[in-house]
Design a protein around this ligand. Structure first.
Ligand code: G3P
Length: 219
């Protein structure tokens, strides 16, 4: 079954109690179908959500900050302590430099946190794979939040990212995202060699997120 990673972002639907509501739906679908669903709630809801669900809860971002005198930053140790099991790094909406990405991937491994490193093109996918994260997620920024899936608009960015990532490390799983909304988008992602998808608006803004998740999983 494909991996479905749902980035809740900070859409109004997941403000406050909405995050836990959606997290519980994802949890229920995962337990009923046996699918691997990862969720990334807003940072402010991370510990509340992590305490209530069994599926992996990732932070949407982490800062390369050390524990101590650092104001407003989120170090990896605080994510782990909040019940997080992983972290999204270098999302298009929260870009980072290579040195910071490397620091975060390395330190996450040390802290037993999983990592999804987002990338915007094939060379960046290859560079990210060299750090050996758990996942590289290729997402062309211009398609994020839109209605047409990367798998239809730019299938070669997915297949070439898969080729490059696997050439560097077969241990790194590839996800793709941007505009993914339906089961057929996920099916195409898998045909292109990806292990799953990273998506947001298709689930978070849906009237019936459960129905969308089941469709994405081909159930
Ligand atoms: O992190 C997932 C994201 O950037 C894709 O967003 O709304 O196009 O599924 P969306």
């Amino acid at each position: 079954m494909p991996i479905i990673a749902v980035n809740f972002k900070v859409y109004p639907q997941v403000m406050g109690a909405g995050a836990l509501r959606l997290a519980k739906i994802c949890d229920e679908v995962a337990s009923k179908t046996g699918a691997q669903i990862i969720i990334a709630p807003p940072m402010t809801e991370l510990s509340r959500v992590a305490a209530e669900v069994d599926i992996p809860v990732f932070a949407q971002h982490a800062d390369p900050a050390r524990v101590g005198s650092s104001t407003g930053h989120v170090p990896l140790e605080f994510i782990r302590e909040s019940g997080g099991s992983g972290v999204i790094i270098n999302h298009s909406e929260h870009r980072m430099g290579m040195a910071d990405i490397e620091f975060l991937v390395k330190k996450s491994k040390y802290l037993s946190l999983e990592t999804i490193v987002c990338t915007n093109n094939v060379p960046v996918s290859a560079a990210a794979a060299a750090f050996n994260p758990n996942y590289v997620a290729i997402e062309p920024p211009e398609l994020i939040g839109g209605d047409i899936s990367v798998t239809s608009v730019d299938p070669s960015i997915v297949s070439n990212s898969v080729k490059e990532v696997k050439r560097i490390s077969s241990d790194v799983a590839v996800l793709c995202g941007a505009g993914v909304k339906k089961g057929e988008d996920v099916k195409k992602a898998v045909e292109l060699g990806a292990e799953g998808v990273l998506l947001a608006s298709g689930v978070v803004k849906a009237e019936d997120p459960k129905e969308v998740l089941l469709d994405l999983l081909g159930c």
